[in-house]
Design a protein around this ligand. Structure first.
Ligand code: DGY
Length: 423
């Protein structure tokens, strides 16, 4: 990419961060997602740190200001009234001072905060911010292993597909068969008025998202009982690997600021979880796969969730196998990395997490593979990501075959990831 292209992309990315900035948090995109989302904000802060470090720290601190007393960090914070989104705060009804959802999202805060700290030019600000955030992130990590792994297996289960962030992945199809839809009642979806319905989850999936929400609400969002009461308990290798990486990075950061107890707790969590993660490896697919904790079986679905473990310090031969797997997938799509195996009949190039490529996932994969010494594949992913944006703009996600933009436009975390790639 020449210098001029580089500058144009950078400027466009800055404009999008600006457009979606609400002062102390950033919306993922106007209309479709008008509030603060958990992992969006953490990854967005990486982009913001190139322009204004103080603003980047604020983004994450605003999220943690809304941490629950039990340690959970919710997936949405409803800072302002906006009835363009469903389900809104009245449906979740979690009783928080600033309304929030009642479930969580991929824990990338440990990873992102450590990265902000390591690149900080204003070191006294970084020490001050990290000193507040490290104990808060530690409480969230503790919450995960206490509430989502009650038997102490080392791996946590998701209780709702929205927690994975990969809402309609093929990974959840079988487990969703067990989730009823009776009693959900009528409701009006808003997402399909902002984005092409062909790019969004189906009505059947929405009914089940709503049934789970209402079930957890009827249990007063009590995280000491939700895990066992949920008919949906899926162990996602990608989510667990992000948690492991965040534990490892939080340990590094905690050591750097003298919080050695927190460092040790997180090193122990990561070590136990890394050993357990290997049980999710599938020789058949040459990648990790999800495990259905209720049905007690592996889930036969080769999705991006099984490649994300490249972000954690998995054994070298596993990282190498993941690089090879991405190479095989790339034979079937022009752009890297499809979120589901293009050779599987359930692949759908435009529908959210059933095929499209996502820049945030590419960023995490490129980072993990580079650390593991898989430099060639890491560079290929970065080049393809920038190509994808030049071709299809700063969309929420893209068709990996045509490169066409899908979902929401002028998307914050896509812009933040472009800035990361360019710098
Ligand atoms: C949505 O509304 O589509 C979100 O992904 C749920 O968090």
């Amino acid at each position: 990419m020449n210098h001029e292209h580089h500058q144009t992309l950078w400027k466009q990315a800055c404009d999008i961060l600006d457009l979606n900035d609400r002062g102390s948090y950033t919306v993922p995109t106007k209309g479709l997602y008008p509030f603060q989302w958990n992992w969006d904000s953490c990854l967005t802060a990486l982009g913001q740190s190139h322009i204004n470090e103080e603003r980047a720290w604020r983004e994450i601190q605003t999220l943690f200001d809304n941490q629950w007393p039990d340690g959970m960090v919710p997936h949405i914070v409803f800072h302002e009234h906006d009835d363009g989104y469903f389900p809104g705060p009245d449906v979740w009804s979690t009783g928080r001072p600033v309304p929030t959802s009642g479930i969580t999202q991929p824990p990338v805060a440990g990873f992102c905060v450590n990265r902000l700290y390591e690149r900080a030019k204003d070191t006294s600000l970084a020490i001050q911010q990290a000193s507040t955030l490290v104990p808060q992130i530690n409480r969230w990590h503790h919450w995960f292993y206490q509430c989502r792994d009650p038997k102490g297996t080392g791996l946590i289960a998701l209780l709702h597909p929205w927690e994975a962030g990969r809402d309609n992945s093929v990974d959840w199809d079988d487990a969703f068969e067990r989730v009823p839809t009776d009693g959900v009642g009528s409701y009006v979806r808003r997402d399909t008025t902002h984005a092409n319905p062909e790019h969004r989850p189906t009505q059947g999936q929405y009914d089940r998202y709503l049934w789970l929400l209402q079930h957890f609400r009827s249990l007063d969002w009590d995280n000491s009982v939700l895990h066992d009461a949920s008919p949906f308990q899926v162990v996602d290798p990608g989510f667990n690997a992000l948690l492991i990486r965040s534990c490892t990075d939080l340990a590094t950061l905690a050591d750097a600021i003298g919080m050695t107890d927190i460092a040790e707790q997180n090193r122990q969590r990561a070590a136990k979880a890394l050993t357990a993660l290997d049980s999710l490896w599938s020789d058949q697919h040459g990648q990790y796969v999800c495990f259905d904790r209720v049905a007690n079986c592996a889930i036969d679905s080769a999705s991006i969730g099984g490649l994300i473990p490249a972000v954690a310090s998995i054994p070298k031969h596993r990282s190498n196998a993941i690089a090879q797997r991405i190479d095989r997938i790339s034979a079937h799509s022009r752009f890297l990395v499809a979120s589901h195996d293009p050779e599987d009949g359930r692949f759908d190039a435009d529908r959210y997490w059933r095929g499209p490529a996502w820049l945030i996932i590419n960023y995490l994969l490129a980072d993990g593979l580079a650390h593991a010494g898989e430099t060639a594949m890491s560079k290929r992913i970065i080049a393809s990501s920038l190509d994808l944006i030049e071709n299809g703009g700063f969309a929420e996600y893209h068709d990996p075959i045509s490169g066409d933009p899908c979902g929401g436009a002028s998307f914050t975390w896509t812009a933040a990831m472009v800035m990361e790639f360019l710098s």
